[in-house]
Design a protein around this ligand. Sequence first.
Ligand SMILES: [Zn+2]
Length: 437
Amino acid sequence: MTQLPLRAQLASALGRTAATLSRATGRGDGSVIGGRIGLALEPDLLRKLAQDRKLALVSATNGKTTTTRLITSALQELGEVATNAFGANMPAGHVSALSSAKHAPYGVLEVDEKYLPEVIDTTGAGVVVLMNLSRDQMDRAGEIWLLAQKWRRALANRPVHVIANADDPLVTWGASTVSGVTWVSAGQPWKEDSWCCPECGGPLDRKGMDYVPPGSAAPGPVPAAAHGGIVSRAAENDWACRECAFRRPQPSWFLDDDAVIDPRGQRWVLDIQLPGRANRANAVIALATAEAFGLPIQRALPRLREVTSVAGRYTVVQRDGRHARLLLAKNPAGWLEAFDVLDRSLPVILSVNAQGPDGRDTSWLWDVDYRVLRGGPVYVTGERRLDLALRLDIAGVPFQLTNSFEEALALQPPGKVDVIANYTAFQQIRSEFGRAV
Ligand SMILES: [Zn+2]
């Protein structure tokens, strides 16, 4: 790798010092403050740090932290990999990630959806991974359509290899200005934001119509397909516009239940430790990305199987013989994924906050179909527990309201319990309940 210019070297070194100080004084992992200082001293620092590296940028509404980790794990087969492991997914976090692994020939960076065009432009990354786009807190379909349009413009006429989920019409549209795309059939359980063609606004016909949108079904038991019976077989994920030529491209990789089918038609059982359909989808995307870096599936897959927890997701915290498994769900599509992972033989604690990172408005809670929770003990807590309680009441889900997570946990019999929490609620539980086990 070529040597960084002196100014960039200094900016990078000072940024690292600031990050170390920030960690030493207990102000978090320091990656954002370090990167900010580096960028203030040398605005072109990210471009300089990215030069001469083989980079993959990973973006999506859901699953980008986990997929970044899986791709990183795989590429470590090839050499050192720089990555923003703690989810600091804006340019300051990228500066910090690259500057703390100065000699790594590879980089895998999680990128906030809104920052993706800028980061593609600055880093000149050779590989871009696009997984799903759906409403996040208060976003609505129109806003994510604008986001996909920005992706299109940023990717057009660029010598970039895109790995994209062909089952998500909006992602497909966002990637369709690129000539080099590896299309992956990774599934799309949450379809609420893509009933219309992004190209012409016409209706989309779908083959995998087993998911019943909330409110559109007659009251009664939830069909199994609404939470766990998510269709993964490729043909059932097909979609096409009724009014124009826009339709799903032919994928070369497929998620097939618990296995992946590679471009040669060979089926490999995934057997990863991370639970649930969403993580199997993330793994298939990671394998397709690894192959784009020249890493064959037989070397990449064992690396994915080593990953057990990503930034605290699925870790278990314990107190007084209660073992609570933490599931993070930040938006409606994320709740659907969490329901897929729940052990329905166990009680579940739901915790919802509405601080800055969560979005202050909790009206998105009404987008989620909670009827799958009927029939098991449900405990509700968090700053906005009353909002969630009202929503559950309307959905006919019995629950018990508690004043804190601690109280909810103490009400459980000794043993296991599952927890679904949104962002700050999740972080609060992690910090209050100490070390994961
Ligand atoms: Zn159309």
